[in-house]
Design a protein around this ligand. Structure first.
Ligand code: NAP
Length: 329
C-alpha cells in the first residue's frame, strides 16, 4: 500500500534509512509521487498488486525480509458504504498478503490495524476508562450499527493474529493500532483522515466532542522501528495503540483557523466556526462526548521508541499540505 497516505510516509522513511523498498499499488499512476522521494531513483521498485487477487503480491515480496501491510480501503459512509466493499479487500487482502509473506519466507510483518479495533465501545465504558492494547471494540455493536469500516479492520486484525500462530508461518507479527492519522501529505489525493481537517472550513458548528489524533510520521516510524527489531526482541507479537493526543474539536478548529490566517487564507479562516454545538452525540468511539479519550501508549514509547508529536504540530503541517495541494482554496 505504498501509494496511500500512511504507505507513502513508510516508503519515505525506509528510503531515507537506505533500504531497498518494494512498494505496491493497484495503478502505477497512483504511485508517481513516490518517484520524487530521496533515493527512490536507486532503491525503490513499484509493483502492481490488488488485495482481491490471490497471488498478486508474490512478485513484490520476492526477496523481501520484512513487509509493512498498510493497504486497506478506508472510507466511512457515502453511496458505496457496503459491507463487502470494505470487508472483502481487508480480510481476503490480509489473507493474500500474509500467504505471499509465507511463500516468500518473509521474517517480519508490521500490519496496520486501527484504534477502530480497540475503542469502538458505544458507551460500554465511561470517561474514566483508560484505553490500552488489552481493549477490543464491541464487535456485536459494530455489526448492529453497520459500521463496516470498523468491522473490516477488526476481522483483518483477528485473522492476522490467527495466521501468525500457524505452524507454517515464517514471520513474527506486530500490529499497529493508530487513531485518526493527520500531518503532512506526500500523495496528491485527499485521503479520508485529512478530509476531516479540510471539513472544518464551511462547517456550521463544532461538534461537542474530543477526538484522538496521531501524526502520520509517528505512525510510519512505529512500523519502521518494529521491522528493524531483532527477531528475539520483546517488541514482537504485540499490538500497539498509537495516539498523540485527544483534544476537543473546539481546540482543533482554533488551530485550523490560526494556521489558515497565518498562511494568507483569511477567507477560508473566517469559514471555520467558533460555536460549539449544544447537542451531545451518542457515545461510539472511546470516551462518551464531550470527554477526552484516556489512553496509555507507554508500550509504543518503551518498546518502539516513539516520541509523539503534539497534535497542534500535526494540524499545522496538515493545513500546510492541504493549502499547498489546493484542497483549501
Ligand atoms: P489511503 O491513503 O486511502 O490508503 C489506502 C491504501 O490501501 C492505498 O495504498 C490503496 O492502494 C490501498 N488499497 C485499498 N484497496 C486496495 C485493494 N483492493 N488492493 C490493493 N490496495 C488497496 O489511507 P491511509 O490513511 O493511508 O490508510 C492506510 C492504512 O491505515 C489502512 O489500513 C487504514 O485502515 C489504516 N488506518 C488509517 C487511519 C487514518 O486515520 N488515516 C487510522 C487508522 C488506521 P491504491 O494505490 O491501489 O489505491
Amino acid at each position: 500500500g505504498g501509494s496511500g497516505y500512511l504507505g507513502s510516509h513508510c516508503v519515505q522513511q525506509l528510503l531515507e534509512k537506505g533500504y531497498t523498498v518494494h512498494a505496491t499499488t493497484r495503478k502505477l499512476e497512483k504511485a508517481e509521487h513516490l518517484k520524487q522521494l530521496k533515493h527512490a531513483d536507486i532503491n525503490l521498485k513499484i509493483f502492481v498488486a490488488d488485495l482481491l487477487t490471490p497471488g498478486s503480491f508474490d512478485e513484490a515480496f520476492n526477496g523481501c525480509e520484512s513487509v509493512l501491510h498498510t493497504a486497506s480501503p478506508f472510507f466511512v459512509g457515502g453511496d458505496n458504504y457496503q459491507k463487502d466493499i470494505l470487508l472483502k479487500p481487508a480480510l481476503d487482502g490480509t489473507r493474500n498478503v500474509l500467504e505471499a509473506c509465507r511463500k516468500a519466507n518473509v521474517k517480519r510483518v508490521a500490519l496496520t490495524a486501527s484504534t477502530a479495533c480497540v475503542y469502538v465501545w458505544y458507551g460500554k465504558y465511561d470517561e474514566t476508562h483508560v484505553m490500552t492494547e488489552a481493549d477490543w471494540s464491541d464487535e456485536e455493536a459494530v455489526v448492529k450499527d453497520e459500521n463496516w469500516y470498523t468491522h473490516s479492520k477488526i476481522e483483518a486484525e483477528k485473522f492476522a493474529w490467527e495466521f501468525s500462530k500457524r505452524d507454517d508461518c515464517t514471520f513474527k507479527l506486530s500490529v499497529m493500532n493508530p487513531c485518526l492519522i493527520i500531518g503532512p501529505m506526500l500523495q496528491p489525493v485527499l485521503n479520508t483522515s485529512c478530509k476531516v481537517i479540510c471539513n472544518f472550513v464551511g462547517m456550521n458548528e463544532i461538534a461537542n466532542e474530543c477526538k484522538a489524533f496521531v501524526d502520520v510520521r509517528d505512525v510510519a516510524e512505529a512500523h519502521v522501528n518494529q521491522i528493524e527489531k531483532d527477531l528475539n526482541d520483546e517488541s514482537w507479537g504485540k499490538r500497539y495503540c498509537l495516539v498523540g493526543g485527544s483534544p476537543h474539536f473546539k481546540e482543533v478548529a482554533g488551530w485550523v483557523k490560526t494556521y489558515l490566517s497565518e498562511n494568507d487564507m483569511g477567507a477560508a479562516a473566517e469559514k471555520v466556526p467558533t460555536t460549539v454545538s449544544s447537542k451531545l452525540n451518542p457515545p461510539k468511539l472511546g470516551a462518551p462526548p464531550p470527554h477526552p479519550l484516556k489512553y496509555d501508549v507507554s508500550r509504543s514509547e518503551t518498546l518502539l521508541g516513539i516520541k509523539y508529536k503534539p497534535v497542534e504540530e500535526s494540524i499545522r503541517s496538515n493545513v500546510a499540505s492541504l493549502i499547498e495541494l489546493g484542497f483549501l482554496k
